[in-house]
Design a protein around this ligand. Sequence first.
Ligand code: NOJ
Length: 561
Amino acid sequence: MTSPATSDLDDAALSPSTTGAEWWRSAVIYQIYPRSFADSNGDGLGDLPGITAHLDDLDALGVDAVWLSPFYRSPQKDAGYDVADYCDVDPLFGTLADFDDLLAAAHARGIRLIVDLVPNHSSDQHAWFQAALAAAPGSPERGRYMFRDGRGENGELPPNNWESVFGGPAWTRVTDPDGAPGQWYLHLFDTSQPDFDWSNPEVQGEFRRILRFWLDRGVDGFRVDVAHGLVKEDGLPDYVPPADAGSMGGGETSVPYWGQPEVHEIYRDWNTVLAEYDGDRALCAEAWLPTIEKTALWVRHDEMHQAFNFEYLETEWDAARLRAVISESLRAYPAVGAPSTWVLSNHDVVRHASRLALTAENPQGHGIGPDSPGKPVPELGLRRARAATALMLALPGSAYLYQGEELGLPEAIDIPDAARQDPTWFRTRGERYGRDGCRVPLPWDADAPAFGFSPTGRSWLPQPADWGSFARSAEAADPTSTLALYRTLLAQRRARGLGTGSLEWIDAGDDVIAFRNGNVTVVANLGAVAVAVPSGRVLAASAPLGDGMLPPDTTVWVASD
Ligand code: NOJ
């Protein structure tokens, strides 16, 4: 092995921006995708009482907070990211009283709760959009959304050439009440998700009201959906993304609907709304942007508090690249007074227990299925995922976990075509599998119907037959399980203050990532040959260590005290 001559090793200690004591600077936040977490009433779809019933499991895991993906009233065309009423619970998931019970039960355990806010678009069943359809062009009702006349002699062509993130055109033409073809409306996502016009003060005021509705109920913050998309470039100029671009943006530098400068005014406004409340309420941006430096603009001191570090999530299993992205993160976020918000999996990406062993390109949102090239070897994927998580949870800053990763769940690849539900699958006519593979309901009990997800054995997406071995019941009894590893990592991270610590690189060779965070030395071996484990007491290892050596695709934490 040769020594790394990387410039990132020149930085002595890299701080996570621990300048404040706010909880979100270092919290581990567990994402719950409610429809796939736990079903209490047997309809095959997870619900809020199901979550409340399992809070003790999350407490035992050792997380600081929970983020709930949408549970609002919705026709469920995009699994709840199509909201018809922002201030009510969909009967599929329960009631507002169930939400209040869940919040109280989480707080009673010292677990904070943040909810998802979807401000870029509503459902086409939202009362505002229905009113817009019934109203005339140029009316205030239409002014809340992005209605435009079509191009062409009779307005028969869409106003521009934008494509939906889910595939197909980003415009749909409406039929006027008299039956004549009318204007077009913009939907960056599904036809059922019309984009709001954020230059309209009425839209701005409505979202202030929605923020306050949930803040008054006691939520600790919001994960903000498509936080880079609310403002569109003046004149709506034509644009076609490159074929290999991730669905949500990210790789491209200038896109007329992502990352427009005026969007920051919205978050400055929301920052003042949150500041009216006690207890460090937080905003977390879901913003897929081309560089870490750009993403850091979302977390300037008067805007949001966290922004998912998607550049980190998208970095392949390569020591030099990971070192570089970690260094860059620990420079760019603290430069604006923010922590880095690490993340490896969520409901929109291939689970990292599969993604890290893919051998073919797979842009975000495209997903993998039976016919995908470069499918992962499961054992290698899981081994790397455990090592990657052990690396991530040692980094200073905040970290998000996605439900099921603590069990080492892989992507479900062999979902039958007829069972698929992601709009991406339909809008691309099966060309992209989409995101169903990371959304399959959790296995709780190896021996129960639907592995304990639902008392009736129903499950809105089929679970792979071999998921019994990943069930919490099986892993809880096994000290070598992924669940046991996560519990150890989270307990040690908390006990040793790693989230509020700082990182000091150690020069350990090209294929090795090594650093100190306080009195913990962390070594991740991404190479093909074993390397020495540093001396000290081993706190955690992502795979068994042999003879004082750290095998390939393994991370170890060693205490020097
Ligand atoms: C991002 C969400 O995470 C994703 O699931 C959803 O489809 C889009 N935004 C549209 O809301």
